[in-house]
Design a protein around this ligand. Structure first.
Ligand code: HEM
Length: 143
């Protein structure tokens, strides 16, 4: 499907093997647009308004203590991961000829992505900052 490169929704409907693949085609266009704003907003705050050289543990704790930042970052994590993983899936489908290799590449991709997604979400939501501070001190890293 991906190698057919449809340009319009009507073309995508024709070449999509399933409704699920058509939904992914739509998702890639919508999430790509949303990511432009999310990523530039993120870079504006963390690279322009703030000098990256000043970013330390205290800065991150202070940022993530704000519910709005948590929600913003959850959207950033969600869209960046799904968009990136699905893009890699298209590349695997297009460039890997052997079916068994395609299968294993996708198993690795989905496993690594699921771990990153869970860790990212936990980092954003699961801990209080007292717990995070205690965990960091326990492994010997000075905040
Ligand atoms: C040099 C460029 C970048 C810098 C200096 C930077 C800096 C930071 C900082 C300080 C945080 C934690 C606090 C906060 O959100 O304000 C953070 C979190 C995050 N950044 Fe960036 N960032 C950069 C580029 C990017 C890009 C390009 C993406 C995605 C395409 C991204 C995605 C994220 C996500 C998803 C989180 C939340 C992490 C989590 O889930 O725990 N960042 N970044």
């Amino acid at each position: 499907m991906a190698s057919a490169r449809p340009r319009t929704y009507a073309e995508a409907r024709e070449v999509s093997t399933t409704n699920f693949e058509l939904a992914w085609w739509v998702f890639m266009r919508v999430s790509g647009l949303i990511l432009v704003f999310l990523v530039f907003g993120h870079l504006w705050v963390n690279n322009i308004l703030v000098d990256p050289a000043d970013i330390d543990y205290a800065y991150v704790v202070n940022r993530l203590a704000q519910p709005g930042v948590r929600i913003y970052n959850t959207f950033l994590l969600f869209f960046a991961m799904l968009h990136g993983v699905n893009g890699l899936r298209y590349s695997i489908e297009d460039y890997t000829k052997r079916a068994s290799r395609r299968f294993w590449y996708k198993v690795i991709l989905y496993t690594v992505s699921a771990i990153i997604f869970v860790l990212g979400t936990m980092t954003l939501w699961a801990f209080t900052y007292e717990e995070m501070g205690a965990a960091v001190r326990a492994i010997g890293v000075t905040p």
